[in-house]
Structure formats: C-alpha cells, structure tokens
Design a protein around this ligand. Sequence first.
Ligand code: ADP
Ligand code: MG
Length: 404
Amino acid sequence: MQAYRSPSRFHTGLVRHDAFAKLGWGHFSTVWLARDTRFDRHVALKIVRSAPIYTETALDEIKLLQHIISSGLPPNPPHPGRRHVVGLLDHFRHQCPNGNHVCMVFEVLGENLLGLVKRYQDKGVPMHLVKQISKQILLGVDYLHRQCGMIHTDFKLENILIYIDSIENVVRTELSVNDNNAATPPTKPRVHRRQSPVPVPESLSTPTDSQSLKPVDAAFPHSSKSSYLPDPERITVKVADLGNATWADSHFTENIQTRQYRCPEVIIGAKWGPSADIWSVACIIFELLTGDILFQPASGSKYTKNDDHLAQMIELVGEFPKSLVFSGKYRNDFFNSHGELQYITKLRSWPLDTLLYDKYLFTHAHADAIASFLGPMLRLHPDKRAKASELIHYTRLEGIMVEG
Ligand code: ADP
Ligand code: MG
C-alpha cells in the first residue's frame, strides 16, 4: 500500500512511532495509524494542529482523557460504560519545521459511525445494530456524566468509533490487499425530512483536508469490511474525541455542539448541562435509524438558521415551555413577548411517531416504540430530558430491537 511505503517518524523519549496511513481527520487534528516500537503494537496517533489555540485545547483534552482513566480505577466502582469511551495510551509533543504539535496515542479503532451510515446507502442501519450502538453510547455517556463529571458537548456520528477486535490481524490482511481495492463508500445527498437535497452539513469538523494519503478506507478497504466487523451481528462502539469536552461544573465555553446536534437551550442562551449530550445522542440515533439528519436548518430571506432550527424543533416536539424561553439570554432574537417564534410563524406539526411512519415507512408499532424511546431525550426543557442512566434501563429499547 502506498501509505506504508514512506512512513513519517515521531520520536518521544525511547518510543518511536512510525506513522503509516491516515485513519481520519477532524477540525483540530489528523489521526494516523502508527507503529509504537516500544510495545510493538499499532496505535492511533492523533496529531493536533500546531496553532497555539489548538495546543491549549489539546492540553485540556489530555487532562480530561486522564480523568476518564482515573475515574475507572479503584476505589471508584467499575462502570460498564468505561469500555465504551476511548482510552488515552500516551501523549507527547512533536516539533517540526511547521511548529509544535501535541500528539495523543490511542488504541486503534475502526471507522466512525458516519462511515457505517454511508455503508447502508444512507437508508438506515439495521435495527439490531442501532439497538446495540444506542445502548453502548448511552453507557459511555452515563460513565462520562456520572462517574467522570464531564459533558462531551460534541456528539455526532464522526465522534463515535467502531471497535475492532484485533488491529494486528486487520493490518496484516490489508497489507496483502491491492491498493486498488480501496473503495469509497457510496454517497448520496443526505436529505432532511423537510428539505431536499441538503448542502454539505455545517459542522465543527467538516474535513477540508485533501492530503495525498487516503483516509481510513484505504487502510481498511470497504471490500474487506468483514475484517473489522468480524461478526456482522455484533458491534462494539466507543465514544471518541474529547476535544470539546468540559467539566460539568465549569464550562470552557458556551459555544458548544455541532450545528445539527445542538440542543435548544444552547441556541437560545439558557443554562445547559449534561442533558445537552442526551439531545445530541437522540439526533444520532435518529440518523442511524433513518440515514437522514434530524435537524438540518437553513437560513431564509426573513429568518436565520437558528430561527429555522428552533422552528424544526417545535414542529417535531411541540411548543417551547415559557420558563425555558424566558431563561434564554438571546430570547429576544427569536421569540416575541408571548414566547412565540417571531420570524417563522407558519409551522407544520410533524411529530416523531408520524414522521417515522409517514416518511420512513416504519410500522406503527416500531414508530411508536422508537418515538417513545427518543421522545424523552428530545424534551425541549433540559431539566425534563431523560438521563442516560434511565435510558439504559428503558425497556422499550428492547422493543425497537425487533427486525424492521
Ligand atoms: P478532532 O478533534 O480533530 O475532530 P477526532 O478525535 O474526532 O479529532 O478524530 C478525527 C477522526 O479520526 C475521527 O472521526 C475518526 O475517523 C479518526 N480517529 C480518531 N481516533 C481514532 C482511533 N483511535 N482509531 C481510529 N480512527 C480514529
Ligand atoms: Mg472529531
């Protein structure tokens, strides 16, 4: 494989990391498949951009990642969600002519959930996989919220990664695969329930980078997908990218979440907390089930993207509670004195169960089960939203496991 022919080298004390192939990238970093020669293992090397602002954020990310590890150790009780959050193995600084990069070393994981959604041609991931993924994400969220005292703040498909059983086997297999096999997952425009087709999603981490090495599909070609989903009936995922995470009791910023996954309280400038993550996770689960983005707002000549976003929320789950509206710092930008939207007045109610039935052709029973599971996660008032610990034990989650 081309990517394996000219490795870059990263030295940190006694350890040498040979970077082979690009696993992925985000707004802040590029992640490489690398060989850690000290422990003779493959690792994922997250190399953060060199600008000082990114360095500062990366140092916070390392503190949070270290806290994730220590929160899982005695005397703290073991928590089943620990294994659904990525673990930091090491970190170091790398100096090169372009600047100083913070590098983080992680276990190698597989593709992110956006890749999985694309693999199913954006038509929705099979229900039994969605059920496993949902439960595991919620376990990870519960671990972060209750045991670590953290809020992730950037839940989206790209930040949930599929666990691969044995990276050594995968790499061995892929080294013998001809580079031409590296297929790109099929893409189609991802259409929102009200709009079509949508432009490129506005995102904190839309990849803009087109370096010569290929992303994860080159290292783990689509054609040999069995190598990282060894048993297609079972899947394990991990919550990744703590780059925007924050302590529950002291926030780094109020400007959080990627647009489509942003909760109502953040848009209107009201108090937010761990339940902000629950909103985003509901958006992720909807996207897994349907292949469509739940909220994909756009601006119009008389309204902003935020107005449209709030309108879509009201259409889906109903009017904003007045107490929430009046606690929002930016309420006057969106609402009139009666707590009604000012700039979009024609709203078409389309509740979640009806949407799932009408547009996505779920049976009534499945649409009801899914809506009654997601509904409590999509309550507009953050204090009324279901907690991860409650959702994990939610019996209706079993209900949506039935094959659709
Ligand atoms: P950013 O903070 O720049 O968004 P992320 O931590 O989200 O960085 O990583 C960017 C992408 O790199 C992810 O979406 C994923 O595709 C890939 N990636 C990140 N960590 C790993 C890992 N441990 N193993 C495999 N791929 C990874
Ligand atoms: Mg990311």
